[in-house]
Structures are given as C-alpha cells and as structure tokens.
Design a binder for this molecule. Structure first.
Ligand code: 9D3
Length: 366
C-alpha cells in the first residue's frame, strides 16, 4: 500500500520510519511512505500556513488552502486516489478493527493537524475519515501518524512471519497476553513459574490460557464481553464474579456452627491447611479470593441458604472425577453421583457438611 503523510514537520518521521519493521517493509516494497509539507504549497511570500480564528479565541488555526492544494497535488501523483484521513482528537478511536480497515486500502493520504486545529472545511470537504489514537492531548497529529503507519504496516502481506501474524490475530481474540519469560530460570530471586520448565505442553497451554483470562478480567474487564471464551470459561468467570460480589474484598464466607468440621472439609478438598486467624475464624487463601470459615452461634441457622442457586460456590478442578472422590472422602453431606457436562464443562454438585451447595467444574482446554 501507499501512504502519503501531509505534515508541517516531516523531520519528526525520520527516526521511526527508518528503523525496525517499518524500515524493512519500506525496503521490501510492502509499503511506500512519502512525506509532504503543505508549506511548500503556499503561494504567499512568507509561506504562511496558520491564522487567527474567526470570532476570536486563543491559538492559531491551520489555513485551508495549503492543505487542499497539497492533498490535490499528492492525489495526482498516483492512482487510485487515496482515502483522506484527518488525524484529530475528535476522530473515531484507532482500534484493531479500524487498523485492519485502513490497512486494507491501496492508498491513504494522512493529514496531521497542528496548532489548535485545522479550518473546519478541511474536515468537512477534504477528509473522508477522522481518526484519534486515544483520549490524551498531543501537540499535533504527527505521533498519531507514526502509530497508524506502524500498525498498518504489520497487516501488509509478507511483513510479518506467519507465526507473528497468527499472534496478531490473538489480539483479535480479545484477551491480554500471558506472562512471558526467558532464561535465566531464576533472576534476583525471581523464579520462572515451574509449569513453563516442565516440558508438559498441554499444561503450559492451560496455564497460559488461564493467565490471559485472569489478567483480562483483572485489568481489562471491558474486553471480556467480546473475548473468544468457551462456555466453561465464561461460566467460571461468572461464578468467580458472583462469589466476590457476595462479600466485598473478594472474600467468600461460610458460616458454620461446627468450625472444626467445616475447616477439615475445606482443607481436604483444597489440599491446604489454611490459617487460623482467631478462635472463630479460619481462612483459605485461594489465588484471587479468600474463603473464610466463620463460627456461628449454634442457635443461628447457616448464613448460606442451602439451595439458593446464586449462593453456590464454584471450584475449578483439573479432573472432575478425581475431585468427586476427594470431596466424598472429605466428609461432604452429599455428592452428586455422576459427573455431568454442563455448558461444555465436566462438573458435579456437592454439599459441604453444613449443606451449602458447591460446584466443582473442569476448565475446558481452549
Ligand atoms: C487546546 C486545544 N485542544 C482542546 C482540547 C484541541 C486540540 C487540537 C489539536 C488538542 C490537540 C491537538 C493536536 N492533536 C492532534 O492533532 C491529534 C491527536 C491528539 O491530540 N490525541 C489523540 N489523537 C490525536 S490524532 C491528532
């Protein structure tokens, strides 16, 4: 594709366009980038490109004639005419989808605004499209043009290896990336997670998938609505969100008149002794959650209604059948006899010694 950039500051592009992938893409002919200074299209003695705003107000406005004349000349340089993109804080946001759309054009003519903005007629009669790169104030459109070119170049055929292109699509999956490590296995006391050294490819894939989902849920919950998750993954996320909504600070509480019996049960199914915080409180620190077991007055009924559906806790397990054996042995009041496939995940229900409903579900590999 060909990208023409209309800018009062062509020197701002030298570094970014002459290094790394953009430079390689230009050298290979995958993309052609040309810079044009509208000041060269002025006809007055002082090459004036800006003027005061009609009606007053602070700051200067870019005059329409140098921009119209420059874009007309640039369009005449090649065929077909390019889509004219005005970079402006008022444009639609540059997202993965917008980059794909622009990168599919044979030609773009990108106008960088500067000063306090451009004459409105550039927007209404010259530009086909208006793009912003985010909600923060830049001094001009030039850094945005560098971002746009970099992102668009990556979509040109032959610019990335096929492996990297696939990774590009993983952003289209709508999840954040999993943590990455390289050698050494321990650095300044910081160890690489064991599973990555295990050589167990299926376990590595499960760990990475889970990290991606947990990271996205923690940092960019807005992305989850469109993310490509399995039914089982959505179900587990919903269960986790429901549990932490129950009580603030990501704590799930079980109240019981028999603290020892309940602690023994949860210690057995979680494979963790937990911590005794006081005579009436025991905690299990699960990764994002704290499961607190609290002693209730014997005369008070358990705070968790046995069959209230939205009160059930869901535990993610690797192997539902093995978990079923463990839960039965731990002293559950009741364990569902069979493992069922619900919403794509193998799962079963059980009741803890106080009758609280628990669900144990396998995560499906992606
Ligand atoms: C003080 C003037 N501003 C009011 C908030 C308006 C304004 C006009 C022109 C603010 C910045 C600019 C220059 N910025 C761009 O041309 C620009 C931009 C940006 O500032 N943020 C995100 N994307 C883009 S694309 C072009």
């Amino acid at each position: 594709m060909r990208i023409d950039i209309v800018t009062l500051f062509p020197e701002m592009f030298a570094g970014p366009f002459d290094a790394s992938i953009v430079a390689r893409a230009r050298a290979s002919g995958a993309v052609e980038v040309a810079l044009h200074d509208p000041r060269a299209y002025t006809t007055d003695r002082h090459h004036v490109v800006d003027d005061y705003a009609y009606g007053g107000g602070p700051g200067m406005v870019m005059k329409p004639e140098p921009l119209f004349d420059c874009v007309d000349a640039v369009q005449a340089m090649d065929q077909p005419p390019g889509r004219v993109v005005l970079l402006t804080p008022q444009g639609r946001m540059l997202t993965h989808a917008v980059v794909r759309e622009l990168a599919a054009e044979p030609r773009l003519v990108v106008i960088c605004g500067h000063y306090e903005g451009v004459d409105e007629r550039v927007r209404s009669a010259l530009a086909d499209d208006e793009i912003s790169i985010g909600d923060y104030v830049l001094s001009g459109g030039e850094p945005a043009a560098i971002v746009l070119v970099d992102a668009a170049v990556r979509h040109q055929p032959g610019v990335l290896g096929s492996q990297a292109s696939l990774e590009e699509e993983s952003h289209a999956q709508g999840l954040l990336e999993y943590p990455q490590y390289t050698r050494p296995a321990e650095y300044r006391g910081l160890a690489v997670p064991e599973v990555l050294l295990s050589g167990d490819h299926a376990a590595v894939a499960r760990w990475r998938r889970r990290q991606s989902i947990e990271r996205t849920a923690a940092r960019r919950p807005d992305l989850l609505a469109r993310a490509a998750l399995t039914a089982a993954e959505r179900w587990l996320l919903a269960a986790a969100a429901g549990a932490s909504r129950e009580v603030s600070l990501a704590e799930v509480t079980v109240t019981t008149p028999d603290l020892e019996r309940s602690v023994m049960f949860y210690a057995a199914i979680l494979g963790d002794a937990g911590d005794r915080l006081s005579a009436d409180r025991h905690e299990f620190r699960l990764q994002p959650l704290v499961l607190a077991i609290i002693r209730s007055k014997p005369e008070r009924p358990p705070a968790v209604e046995a069959d209230a559906d939205d009160e059930r806790m869901t535990f993610a397990v690797d192997d539902a059948r093995a978990a079923q054996v463990r839960v039965r042995a731990a002293g559950a009041l009741w364990v569902e006899r069979r493992v069922h496939r619900r919403a794509g995940a193998r799962s079963f229900f059980a009741r803890d010694p106080d009758g609280n409903v628990l669900c144990f579900a396998e995560e499906e590999p992606p």
